[in-house]
Design a protein around this ligand. Sequence first.
Ligand code: ATP
Ligand code: MG
Length: 331
Amino acid sequence: MSDTLLEVKGLATEFKHGKKNWISAVSDVSFEVRPGEIVGLVGESGCGKSVTSLSVMRLHRKDTTRISGDIIFEGKHLLELSDRDMQAIRGNEISMIFQEPMSALDPIMRIGDQLAEALTLHTDLSKKEVHERSVEVLRQVGIPEPEMTLRNYPHELSGGMCQRVMIAMAMSCEPRLLIADEPTTALDVTIQAQILALMEKIRRENNTGILLITHDLGVVAETCSRVIVMYAGHVVEEAPVDELFKHPQHPYTQGLIASVPRLGERLRRLPSIPGSVPDLAAMPDGCRFAPRCRYAQERCRCNDPVLHEVSPDHTSACLLSEQEREEVAHA
Ligand SMILES: Nc1ncnc2c1ncn2[C@@H]1O[C@H](COP(=O)(O)OP(=O)(O)OP(=O)(O)O)[C@@H](O)[C@H]1O
Ligand SMILES: [Mg+2]
């Protein structure tokens, strides 16, 4: 038995564009999540993080989406499963915390009924046990009066409270794999710390593998053991967390890390990466980061980079070697 929980190989997701055309949102995306590890997935807005996670969950609209590649969860090829088999896995063995909590909660159902529905569908708990478990998970995510919250409708709660309910729902069935898409962005720092601590707890106690999608490199540094960096629909770098922060190899990763304010350096103007993520309909040839890269050479604009090992366990998709980049910097 392999020790991989989720293996994504050569994932490509395309969306229908106009009547006949398809547009590629992510391509050639490969990564793994092992049991009991938290893997960070980072990159600027529009890089394909949510598209990737929704593809793993098979939650894109079928008529306007084409997904190819392999998504293997505990030996099962998810893209080959029937809708019914996939539904049995979703919310049970694989759970997801969605980026938009309001869109994932049913507005006309009480919180308690939604939690109960998820728990009854995937467990054989009695009605009383479902209630007890619901109260327990709401308390775990820092909801002060769980009994009352169970009787509320989503619109009666703040955005932060809805997010916590979503997290409670995702964790209630003790999934093998948890995909958390910006789970704490809408929450204040104290709650954020509580939620991250809770994720760490379920990782430790249940050996849950977690794919944590976030903009926040501070959160990544504190919680993840490995990090995947995406840019314009591709993985551009992957490394253990310490290695990534100490020796980032891809100029995009270097730019992301340089943009993070360090303690005590708040007043310094942050060097942000110039330019913006390219439009899906107008992807540049060659390296997609080249138009924004201070090291870019002619060959970067015509050759497609591939992810390659730069040191053990560390891959990067920059076409230039570290030495070549240094030469460009000093030229
Ligand atoms: N259903 C869809 N149809 C067409 N294009 C889509 C669809 N969903 C996402 N996209 C496009 O795919 C690209 C990647 O989007 P995605 O939501 O994965 O970004 P992201 O990395 O999650 O960004 P953010 O950090 O803002 O959440 C974007 O250009 C987005 O507009
Ligand atoms: Mg997203």
